[in-house]
Design a protein around this ligand. Structure first.
Ligand SMILES: Cc1cc2nc3c(=O)[nH]c(=O)nc-3n(C[C@H](O)[C@H](O)[C@H](O)COP(=O)(O)O)c2cc1C
Length: 400
């Protein structure tokens, strides 16, 4: 069944050129079987008439915070209680700033504060407004709160500029939004995810590590939870909070990660190896801090290979659906395909880490999903959105 059927959707429309596309969004939501109520900002009314959205939604359009017609004169609370989810499309830079700072000076922002469910935002603005560091800060805050961000897309803009900032097309927005309700996708499935870097000790104060922030793995854990899965997250040392509801296992070395993965993998339907595990570790560990003054000491550090976690998983008899990450700086697709077959994986997520705007430590990513049948490019976006798409693909594979 269509996941949007019989849902109460509150569509927020704010004052940008893309407001004309909200008419198409209302139509698509209605077609999918949702009940739709539209809340417009004052500025939005300059771009599209409430009458159009009223006619399409079949409901009165609201914009006033003080609503004498609502039962208790508190339309914002009533609408917040009525909605199953809120979608704000287009979302202006101004509205994003208000939501990020928790302001409630009009009906839409007040509802957003009073609403306890998911709020999805489709930003739309001039490329310079999108690039502005304050907008960037606001987006980060929103992603870390109860908001999902769809897009924006890139291309020619109404003002003639070219760049990121265009609102995604209504069908793209609706397909991401409908995922919110497909919580059964991974229901009763156990997902094991490894994330973050490892630390390979040299002496009591030094270790070899890498730049992995764990953001991708943690986003995958969040997306799996949202899809209804039971999630175990085996994580190297990172500076981010694990999503509430995951079973978090903290490790430091590659050896500990190997042990933890092999222990939990037996009960898992899927193993996603997104951790950046050290291939090598120092051959020996100096119990005492290596001193600078010790001139006779050979300061080269002999290394030995760590056990390959994915290879061990691939050799299991009843192995789960195995997903690897190929973080490459060159020949991305070729190297990813090699890894896919060598490690007997079901899917590999190819990740170009030569581009510093994506990949390691960045909030955004752009990946290609590769198996023997497909090469599916997932365009650049917040790691949370990319993670949702990866989880959606994996769940489709499990059910097909
Ligand atoms: C013609 C015109 C087009 C605009 N387009 C956008 C836009 O696409 N995105 C945006 O963030 N602001 C845009 N603005 C600025 C917003 O309308 C303005 O920041 C307003 O205060 C937004 O209010 P709201 O967020 O309450 O709807 C535009 C303004 C004008 C006059």
């Amino acid at each position: 069944m269509n996941s949007l059927a019989n849902k109460n959707i509150l569509l927020g429309v704010t004052g940008g050129i893309a407001a004309y596309k909200s008419a198409e969004i209302v139509r698509s939501l209605k077609k999918a079987g949702s009940s739709v109520r539209v809340v417009m900002t004052k500025s939005a009314e300059e771009f599209i008439t409430p009458l159009t959205l009223q006619a399409l939604s079949g409901n009165k359009v609201s914009s006033e915070l003080l609503d004498p017609e609502s039962e208790l004169g508190m339309g914002h609370i009533e609408l917040a209680k009525w909605a199953d989810a809120i979608l704000i499309a287009p979302a202006t830079a101004n509205t994003l700033a208000k939501l990020a700072s928790g302001r409630g000076d009009d009906l839409l922002s007040s509802i957003s504060l009073a609403f306890e469910g998911p709020i999805s935002l489709a930003p739309a603005m001039n490329q310079a407004m999108w690039k502005d560091s304050r907008t960037e800060e606001n987006i980060k805050k929103l992603i870390n709160s109860k908001f999902q961000i769809y897009g924006p897309g890139s291309g020619e803009q109404a003002c003639g500029d070219v760049g990121l900032g265009r609102m995604l097309e209504p069908d793209e927005i609706i397909s991401s939004f409908s995922l919110l309700f497909e919580e059964g996708l991974l229901m009763n499935k156990s997902i094991l995810i490894s994330a973050g870097p490892t630390q390979e000790p040299i002496d009591p104060v030094r270790y070899i590590t890498n730049k992995s922030s764990g953001k991708m793995g943690y986003s995958l854990a969040q997306a799996s939870l949202e899809a209804g899965a039971k999630v175990t997250l085996i994580s190297g040392p990172v500076n981010i909070e694990a999503p509430e509801g995951v079973h978090l296992v903290k490790i430091k070395t590659a050896e500990e990660m190997h042990e933890a993965v092999m222990h939990h993998i037996r009960n898992s339907d899927v193993f996603i190896s997104s951790a950046a595990v050290a291939d090598y570790k120092p051959e020996s560990f100096s119990k005492e801090k290596i001193k600078k003054s010790n001139k006779d000491l050979d300061i080269s550090i002999p290394m030995t290979e760590n056990k390959d976690i994915l290879k061990s998983a691939g050799e299991m008899e009843n192995k789960p659906y195995l997903v690897g990450f190929a973080a490459e700086t060159n020949d991305l697709i070729k190297n990813a395909k090699l890894k896919l077959s060598k490690k007997k994986l079901d899917l590999i997520v190819a990740n170009d880490i030569s581009n510093t705007e994506i990949g390691f430590d960045s909030d955004e990513n752009e990946v290609t999903l590769i198996n023997n049948e497909i090469e599916l490019f997932i365009e650049k976006g917040p790691k949370k959105r990319v993670a949702s798409k990866i989880i959606q693909y994996i769940s489709e594979q499990l059910t097909s």
